[in-house]
Every structure is written in C-alpha cells, then in structure tokens.
Ligand binder design. Structure first.
Ligand code: ANZ
Length: 959
C-alpha cells in the first residue's frame, strides 16, 4: 500500500482509530449478528390483526428494488445505488415504527446464461446459481437489511410453479366487456350452454359444435391465446428475432442473414382488453410524470370514427381521428397485407388509371405482388418514418366516398400499417402530410376543406405542405343532407360522427396503439408453458397438481439452423428435440381419462418472472397458494392515499418505463379480477434512480484503456506515457472502467461506500464516479468515531452532562432536517446535515454529552449501519440500533432565530435577507450592499445615502 493511503498511515498513529481494518472487523461482526438474530425479518400477520396488537401498532411499509439479473461479471459500484437507497429508507422506516418488508430476489432466466451454455456446455442453471452466490456475497458485504427468508430466484421450480399457475389462470379466463373485468372461461361456456350468449361465428348451438370448433370459439376469448402472428424468421440463425434485431435492409444484425416475415403459431396475452384500465389507473399512482406519459403514449388512446367506404359489394372500413375531413378524401390506402387486397385486384387496369399508379406493371395482380414482396422486408418502424418519397401501387379498384359519392382510387402503400386501426385509411392530402406527399407523387387531387389560417390561400396547387390546425374552420364540406362548413374541428367531428351513425355508415370509436403481447420464445432457458396439445391440436392447460412443469435436460441448448435463404423452414426449439418429454400420456382430470398429448415447446419470455414477484416476497414458501389472501391484503391492499394498493416504494431504472411495468400491472389486474389479490396495481410509488457514470479513457485509436492505470498531469491524462482522452460514459468491464464494491469495501469499508454513493447527488440524477472523492466520507466516519471514542485508549469519551443551548439547537435542527430528507429520499442533503452536526461537535471541542452522541449515532444509523451499531454498543446499549426510535426534534430548538430584512432601492423592494435579530446597523449595511440582487439592481451606480433600521430595513439612495 502506498504512503498516501490514509487508512494505512492511520493504523500506525493510533491503535483505536477508525480504519479500513477496523471497519472490516466491525462490518463482518455485525453482518453475522444480524443474520443470526434475524434482525431484518418482517413478520407476516397471523390471522386477524386485531389479535396481534404488536403488529397492529406498527403500520406496514413494503419497500422494493427492481431485482437484478445475476450476470457473470458480478456487481460494479453502479449497481447497488438503488439497493443502498432503499436500504437507507427501509432502515429509517423501521426506526419510525413501521413493520418493513425489504428483500431482494433474482430475475434469473435469460439469454446470457443460455448463450454461455451454448458456448461452453455448462447448464444454464449451474452458471446462474454460481452467479447468484457471487452476487449474494457482494450484496451481503454492503450491509443491506434484507429479509433473507423471503428471497428467491425466478428459476426456482417452487417459484415458477406459480408463474405457470398464473399462466393457466390467464389462459382460463376471458374479458367480460360489460362487467369490465376478467372472468373464468367456465362462466363463458355456461353462457354459451344456456344460450344466454350467442356463439359468435356459428348458427348451431354450443352442444352441436365439435370439440375443435368449441376450442376455436374459446380461443377468440381467452386472455392467453395462440395465434399465427407474423414474426421475423431468420433461418440462418434458426430463431425468430425482435424488430430491434433486424437491420434496415432486412437482415439479421448478428450474422447478417436474410430475415423473412413468417406466420408462426405463437402465444399472446390479450393485454389490449385492459387498455382503458391500464390508462385510467395511472392517475391513482405516485409515479414520475415522465414514466406515466410514456405508458400513456405506449397505450396510445385515439378517439375517432370508423367509416365504411363501399367497393364492389364489399366495404373498406377505415379508422380516422378526423372524420370531419371526410369531404377532403381523394383516394384510399390499404396496408399491403390487408386481406381485402386479394379479393379486389381485377384482371386489367380499369378506365381512369394514371400511368404513375401502375408502377410500370402490366396488371394489378403483378403490381400488387411486386409491391408486397418489397414491403415485406421493411420493419414497422421504417414504414412509419416520415420519409418524403412515399411508395405504393394502385389496386385497380375505386371506392365510393359515402358523403359525396366521389370515386376514390384504392392503393396499397407501406405507410399504412396492418397492425393499427383497421389497416386502411381514407387519405386526406390537404390535412395529413403523409397523404399530401403521396398525392403529389401519384398526381392525385388535393381538395381544400379547411380554411388556412396562415395566409396561404385555398389553391392547393400552390401549397408546399399539408395544412393542419385544430383552430381552423371547415369549408367545402356539405351535401344536401349535412353541412360542416364554418364549424370548428371539434364541433364538425361531433356532427359528422352523429350523422354517420344515423346513416349506418360509421360510428364513433376509440382506437389503441397498444398491441397484444407476444409471449412465446424459441429458447431453452425460460419457464416451460403448462400447455399440452391433444391429437386434434387443441391446447389444454395442465392441472395444478402437475405443476411445476420442470425444464427437461437437453443435449444441446442452441437453436437448429437452416439454409439461410430457405424461407420455407420453421424454428426448431431446443425443447422440441426431447421426444420423451414432448410426447406424453396424461390424465388431465377433465373427465377425458388418459390421453396422448404433445407438450408446448416454446418457453415464456423473460418478462414473465418479473410480472408478479412482489407478491411472492409476501409469502414465499406457501405451497398451497401463490399468496395467502390475508397476507397480501396486509402488505399490498388499497388504503387511504393508495386507492389501488401496491408496494409502498419501488426503486429502479427508468429504462423499465414501459414493458416490465406495463406487464406487471396487467398481471395484477387479471389476478385482481379473478379474486386472487386485493390490489389491482403492483407498485404504488415508483422512483427512478439516476445512473452512476464513469470516465472512459481512450487511446489515439479510440480503444478504452484501463481507467485505474491512467495518470493525470496538468489537466491531461496519460496511460503508459501515452496521452489519452477522457469522456464520461457508462461503467462496465468492456470500457475498462469498472470499479467493484469489493475494492471500495477493502479500502474503506462498506459504510464509507454507502455514504459516498448516497452523498454523490440527488438520487434521481446521474453522477460520475470518482474513487478519489470516496475518502471524504471515510473522514466523516473517522471524525464521528473520534467524537465518541478515544483513539488511543478505545474508551468512550462521552460525558453525562446536559448539552448547552447552542448544542441543542444544532442537534435538533439536524434531527428535523435529516428526518425530512430521509422521508423525501434526499439522502445527499441528509448526509450534509449529519456532517454539519458532527463538525459542530468536533469544533466545539471537549467531550460530547451522552444524549447528543446517542442521537448522532441514531441519525447516521440508516446510512452507515455498521459503525452505528458498534458505537451504540460502546455507548453501553445492549439492544440493536436497527429497531431504536429515530430521534424526534424539539420544535423549541428548531425555529430559526432570524428575521427577514427588506432592502429597498429608491423605495422599491429589491431583496430580502435572512439576518440574526441582533445584527448591528453597520453589519447589516455591509451585508445588504454585498447582496447579489442589490448589486445587480444598482447597475454600478454610486451610492448617495444608505438608511439602516436594523434588523428589518435597509433603504439605499443611488447617486
Ligand atoms: C384522415 C385524416 C385526416 C387523418 C387528417 C389524420 C389527419 P393517431 O392519432 O395516431 O391515432 N391512420 C389510421 N390507421 C392507420 C394505419 N393503419 N397506418 C397508418 N396511418 C393510419 O392517427 C390516426 C390517423 O392516422 C387516422 O386519421 C389516419 O389518418 C391515420 F387531416 O384519417 B387520419
């Protein structure tokens, strides 16, 4: 160790100084003690709370972190930021009379372990469990107060038994729109049986339908259902890819293989049934507005109308948010995949076909086929890009505008998406920029139906872009029956929607951007579906007695690959290669007796395990239920200020704004509807912590060099003598700038690390790591130690005297401030206040009065629990500091002894100053003239006269 290491130097100086070695000893000892004592174990209510006065007196607090994926590289100092914050908060809540549930599990299914398995042959469970063990010991060293009895990993069969069980519940339920909630599918079947509900798509009664027909009908209702969804199929990799994994030219990001749109049978979750409730319930949640907004946008509610446009005895139904622009429609567009396209497409181009509409093809069929092939390679994101050069072809048919009988040519174009609205639009080039661009490219008319308010006039041939404004008035929009002319948009929308409905041409409707959730993955390392198929191909769920359905052992974890150019192949999942496991004879207990089945061989996506883990923390060892209802009600149930119930505080990264948080909300609502839980929302309060960033040092070629070996000289940075550049980035192994908590704990102790991470800045702000600054918090702990313990003798130095007035004032102000800060998750300012008090005591000199020392120890206990526990013992206390009452401020000592002084210039108030009531005229004049606002207001003018009436008034007369 070098001379500059304060810890090493200190050890020589005084035998009882707080050093890294002492911290290591203290920390290990108390961690063992806490574990042995079960200090952090939160009791569950047993039966009625009224019969448990001890628990009834302590309100509950459920504090949670987004649980980690146990990666092979372990933790760097950026990872525990949120865990330390929730720990400090949880400790504070324990000390203010709460029954606190705080634990941490592992989100342990996922791709990295599977890829590692493919490369090395190590079973993903083996590597994952090793990673969990490593992370657990790293986290333990930080002194996190977790209830260890409640921890689990999502890969534990006792856990995923219930993930599978929930899937079965979702599969066996449907959404009753009238009741606006999910109900068991058995109740729907009963309605079909009694004839209370007509069987959709059939004229025969329910008992007359075959088993397959019934299964198909129910599939249209189930909240988990299999469907043929178009997906990105990459034969060269043997797997289906997410949109994000496909490049702009339709190839795989990894390996550069062709990607085809293929229809594959996939499981979906009918999350769209919950769109309205997922939107509405956001209002009752205490979440950052930015996250709520992202969820609202993702759900994407649009109010508009559906309108039918007749074509050759068929109807094209469009979704529009602007039915008031119907008179401005000049053509129509279908998504290339729209099923009606096949029905139209005449043999030859009809009268009135423009040359530019045909794309140079001899027949509509040829044009459509060619265009579809081209559109198939683009992702939805590219198709939505606001590119000016719109493409498309004419289908060869004309539709009729129902408001004015105009003939509208029908095109297919990729800017209309099949997955949104009805997959068809009426194009209004005067009001919509995409339609405007398309109309210009294809020489289509542009009717002016709004009065431009920007002076461009109504001659659209002179326009350079569409005109869109909700404030403009509608023009040129009337037939003999209805007129929108002169109306503002909102009124015109209402009037035309009512007219369309009356005429039976359309109706007002709400459309959502939200899509159902694609739930299958062609992977090994995930939860197997609790689903088997009978010989007719009908899916059946496994009864609870057959859960968990454990993952079978397989020889090979990798997907099978095919000829990269052969689109007519389909994925072979790792589970499907295990015929013994796939083909089974089972008695599902449904009265059909033993039958032959084949198991589903996809696995669930790695979102599944995190959709409900908060519930399992409550009752982790229950093998009868996913959670006992009374226990769930106690920890999660709705109460005053929390209308939908949920976790009291959930801390994690803002990157989970949508998917995880939306999926978890959805599962909660289904379980709530089915009566399994009392809380329709999982997380009442959400907080997003910032990121810990780190400097990245790069050599002249742009490669990162090891940050720890970079030297600074005169503001420049050098690595092995070569100058390197510095920028701020992420922390991680690949950027060679990772700092591990283990290193910092060795050098200073966990309490210092905890304080440093919390002191770096407000919790929600990103901040750069600076190893050299950590020592500041180490010194604080050393000064704290010195205020209680003699460094030479190790004896406690506090005295049993009454503190003086000034000391009481400093103490109670600190208590008051720290309380407010901890309550508001402002840990950095809480530390500043503790530091201030500690410095005050150091400066005051002499022995610290016992009550002050005790309060100081309690104030820092949530932040630096090990040293606090040690000092607490040294002060002669025998009970753990963890369950002490947090100090309460005496208001008499908190009121600030200052008065507000008004500073005027020429009789006008320019500033207000907080000054001591005893300030002298001369002192007050000095303070006033130095004040920033006063200096600014004087603008350099000289001063003629200053009138001072201390402590309340200063009047300045400029020269
Ligand atoms: C006529 C119109 C006139 C429209 C106008 C807009 C402006 P939001 O608000 O996002 O819901 N649209 C409908 N379905 C579409 C699809 N599958 N692919 C691409 N575009 C589609 O957008 C709804 C509007 O987007 C609809 O209203 C429709 O264009 C278009 F001055 O109809 B509008």
């Amino acid at each position: 160790m070098s001379e500059t290491n304060p810890a090493a130097a200190a050890e020589v100086v005084a035998p009882h100084r707080y050093t890294a070695a002492m911290a290591a000893d203290i920390e290990a000892r108390w961690q063992d003690f806490w574990e042995a004592q079960g200090t952090y174990e939160a009791p569950n209510p047993t039966g009625d709370l009224a019969g448990d006065p001890e628990l009834a007196a302590r309100p509950k607090k459920f504090i949670m972190d987004m649980f980690p994926y146990p990666s092979g590289t372990g933790l760097h100092v950026g990872h525990p930021l949120g865990y330390i914050a929730t720990d400090v908060f949880a400790r504070y809540q324990r000390m203010t009379g709460h029954n606190v549930l705080h634990t941490l599990g592992f989100d342990a299914f996922g791709l990295p372990a599977e890829q590692y398995a493919v490369q090395t042959g190590t079973h993903p469970r083996v590597s994952t469990e090793a990673n969990i063990a490593n992370m657990t010991s790293q986290l333990r060293a930080l002194g996190l107060g977790h209830d260890k009895r409640r921890s689990f990993a999502t890969i534990d069969p006792e856990y995923y038994k219930w993930t599978q069980w929930i899937f079965v519940q979702i599969f066996n339920s449907w959404y009753d729109d009238e009741a606006d909630r999910a109900r068991p599918i058995a109740e729907l079947i009963a309605q079909f049986e009694t004839g209370e509900r007509a069987v959709p798509g059939h004229t025969r009664a329910w008992p007359e339908l075959s088993a397959t027909e019934r299964a198909d009908v129910l599939g249209e209702f189930r909240l988990a259902y299999a469907s043929d969804a178009p997906v990105n199929w990459c034969p060269g990799l043997g797997t289906v890819l997410a949109n994000e994994e496909v490049t702009a030219d339709g190839r795989s990001e990894r390996g550069n293989f062709p990607v085809f749109k293929a229809k594959l049978r996939q499981w979906n979750m009918r999350i769209t049934a919950y769109a309205d409730r997922l939107l509405g319930d956001l209002d009752g949640l205490d979440w950052p507005e930015a996250i709520k907004l992202q969820q609202r946008n993702w759900i994407g509610r649009s109010e508009g109308a559906r309108v039918d446009f007749p074509v050759d005895g068929e109807n094209i139904t469009v979704f529009t948010t602007r039915p008031d622009t119907l008179f401005g429609a000049t053509y129509m567009v279908l998504a290339p995949e729209h099923p009606l396209v096949d029905k139209f497409t005449p043999a030859a181009w009809p009268e009135g076909t423009h040359d530019v509409w045909t794309g140079g093809h001899a027949t509509p069929a040829e044009a459509v086929a060619a265009y579809r092939a081209q559109a198939g390679t683009k992702s939805d994101i590219e198709r939505q890009a606001e590119a000016k050069d719109k493409t498309g072809v004419f289908t060869g048919v004309f539709a009729t505008n129902p408001v004015n009988g105009e003939r509208l040519p029908v095109f297919i174009a990729d800017y209309v998406l099949m997955g949104y609205g009805t997959g068809a639009i009426m194009a209004v080039p005067c009001g919509d920029q995409r339609d405007f661009d398309f109309a210009r490219a294809f020489e289509l008319p542009i009717h002016c139906i709004v009065e431009p308010t920007d002076g461009r006039g109504t001659d659209t041939s002179t326009w350079e872009n569409a005109f869109g404004s909700y404030d403009a008035k509608i023009i040129n929009s009337s037939n003999g029956d209805i007129s929108l002319d002169g109306l503002p948009v909102a009124e015109a929308k209402a009037r035309i929607t009512e007219w369309l409905a009356r005429k039976g041409i359309g109706e007002g409707t709400v459309n959502f951007r939200l899509r159902d959730w694609l739930f299958s993955r062609q992977r090994y390392w995930g939860e197997p579906f609790p689903i088997v198929y009978d010989e007719d191909g009908t899916a059946h769920s496994l009864p609870e007695s057959m859960l968990p359905l454990e993952l079978p052992e397989v020889e090979d974890y990798s997907p099978r690959t095919f000829d990269p150019d052969d689109a007519n192949t389909s994925p072979e999942t790792p589970l499907s290669r295990n015929e013994d496991w796939v083909a089974v004879t089972l008695d599902l207990g449904d009265g059909r007796g033993p039958q032959k089945y084949r198991r589903e061989t996809n696995t669930m996506p790695n979102w599944a395990g995190s959709c409900w883990y908060e519930l399992r923390y409550l009752d982790p060892h229950n093998d009868q239920k996913l959670v006992d209802p009374a226990i769930e009600q106690y920890w999660m149930g709705p109460r005053a200020g929390m209308p939908h119930g949920g976790v009291d505080l959930y801390v994690g990264g803002a990157e989970h704004a949508v998917l995880h948080l939306l999926y978890a909300r959805f599962w909660s609502k289904v379980l709530f509807d089915l009566g399994h839980i009392s809380s329709p929302e999982p997380f009442h309060k959400l907080f997003n912590q910032g990121m810990i960033q780190a400097y990245v040092y790069q050599d002249s070629r742009g490669f990162p060099v090891p940050a720890a070996e970079v030297e600074e000289r005169d503001g420049a940075y050098y690595y092995q003598g070569e100058k390197v550049s510095r920028l701020l980035g992420k922390m991680g192994k690949s950027l060679k700038n990772a700092v591990t908590p283990d290193e910092i704990c060795d050098e200073y102790g966990a309490d210092t690390l905890r304080l440093y991470e919390m002191a770096m800045g407000p919790l929600d702000v990103s901040r750069p790591w600076d190893t050299r600054a950590v020592v500041g918090q180490y010194r604080l702990l050393q000064r704290l130690w010195r205020n209680v313990v003699d460094e030479t003798t190790g004896e406690v130095t506090v005295v049993d005297t009454e503190p003086g007035e000034d000391t009481l004032r400093a103490l109670h102000k600190a208590i008051d401030g720290v309380r407010q800060d901890l309550e508001g998750l402002r840990f950095n300012t809480a530390i500043a206040k503790v530091t201030e008090l500690n410095n005050y005591l150091t400066k005051a000199g002499g022995a610290v009065p016992r009550p002050v020392a005790e309060s100081l120890v309690l104030l820092i206990a949530p932040l630096a629990p090990h040293i606090a526990e040690e000092l607490w013992r040294k002060l002669g206390r025998t009970d753990t500091v963890v369950h002490q009452d947090f100090p309460v401020a005496d208001p008499a000592y908190v009121v600030d002894e200052s008065v507000t002084c008004v500073v005027q210039i020429k009789g006008k108030v320019k500033a207000r100053l907080e000054v001591p009531p005893t300030i002298s005229d001369a002192e007050l004049e000095k303070v006033a003239l130095a004040d920033e606002k006063v200096v600014a207001a004087l603008e350099g003018a000289g001063i003629r006269k200053v009138i001072v009436r201390a402590p309340k008034l200063v009047n300045i007369v400029p020269a």
